[in-house]
Design a protein around this ligand. Structure first.
Ligand code: ATP
Ligand code: MG
Length: 310
């Protein structure tokens, strides 16, 4: 029987989760996440679930039900530019608002930040990074590079062992997020069951659809105080469709890079004109700024037919 049943009459009613959701500031962080990040529905819903778990945990603690804090180490898998780093930053904020971590900062590292070149260098490096990340989130990008099975005495193993200890023993003060490609991460977990068993949440980041990429580009431009005129918007939609099919496409990251190059062409176009500028022109990107991209050069079968009617 639950112990609280006896003292039911004496204990005040439990605060409603919704009240706590609003008063803790979690609601506003999650609303901001929804508004500022396009798409990512499965990712957002997992973050809501984690927030709910922690809020209910807090209500339970208020009622004296002691429970171990849940393990929150996570793995974010997905292709480049799908928002893993961005979401990890937001996750750190959410965890801070929920009182799970003290500081809510994010320390982002890769293998080279953890593993030394010489014997005896790895442990101090890894410990230094962990010290910096305490009270927040340690984000390890391409975490599978820590494990190099082809190299028998690889120092990566030493870093993994230290991480495992800290993930187990200090889990109320640090959240570790491993990030990278899904297939490589699965191989890594296959060879490192200790790591696999400490990761409670696996979150997969899907590639963005064309409409999502277009929406992301609009948000990015809005933040930078630029906009597409209708011709540029149509040209950029075509750009996305072409670029997405090319090698090395990196989702939102490729969009950001494309916008940088478009801004460069816009600036050059304005710079080359002798006529006085209207303020409007400083913020308006035109179709020509987009269409000068090399992405439009690679001929599709239809294009090449048009160019070589023979
Ligand atoms: N859903 C989104 N909505 C708006 N902007 C986004 C979204 N996802 C990513 N971005 C933007 O795209 C850029 C790349 O995202 P981010 O660095 O988080 O991706 P990543 O998955 O960590 O990529 P990588 O694997 O290359 O490190 C950032 O500038 C980020 O702000
Ligand atoms: Mg990243």
């Amino acid at each position: 029987m639950l112990e609280s049943a006896a003292s039911e009459a004496a204990t005040p009613p439990v605060q409603s989760p919704r009240q706590l959701f609003e008063s803790s500031g979690v609601k506003s962080v999650l609303a901001q996440l929804d508004a500022e990040l396009v798409g990512l529905a499965p990712v957002k819903s997992r973050i809501h679930d984690i927030a709910a778990l922690l809020l209910v945990d807090r209500l339970r603690a208020q009622q004296g039900f002691d429970s171990q804090p849940p393990s929150l180490h996570m793995c974010f898998t997905g292709n480049p530019g799908t928002g893993k780093t961005t979401v990890a930053l937001r996750m750190a904020e959410v965890l801070k608002q929920l009182g799970y971590v003290r500081k809510g900062h994010l320390v982002a590292v890769t293998r080279d930040d953890l593993v030394g070149q010489f014997i005896g260098h790895t442990a101090p490096k890894t410990r230094e990074v962990l010290k910096k990340a305490m009270g927040g989130v340690l984000f390890i990008d391409e975490a599978y590079y820590l494990y190099r099975p082809e190299n028998e005495r690889d120092y990566g193993q030493e870093a993994i062992e230290i991480l495992l200890q800290v993930m187990e023993n200090q889990r109320e003060d640090i959240v570790v997020i491993l990030a990278g490609y899904k297939d490589r991460m699965q191989t890594f977990f296959g060879s490192n069951p200790g790591m696999a068993s400490r990761i409670a949440h696996h979150i997969d980041f899907p590639d963005y659809t064309e409409p999502e990429l277009l929406r992301i580009s609009e948000l990015m431009l809005q933040k930078l105080h630029y906009r597409f005129d209708p011709g540029a918007a149509a040209a950029f939609a075509r750009y996305i469709a072409l670029r997405r099919a090319q090698p090395h496409f990196a989702n939102a990251r490729s969009i950001r890079n494309a916008l940088d190059r478009i801004r460069l062409r816009h600036a050059t176009r304005l710079f080359d004109s002798d006529a006085p500028l209207q303020p409007e022109q400083l913020v308006t990107l035109e179709a020509a700024d987009v269409l000068a991209s090399r992405v439009f050069d690679s001929p599709t079968p239809d294009d090449s037919d048009a160019r070589n009617p023979a």
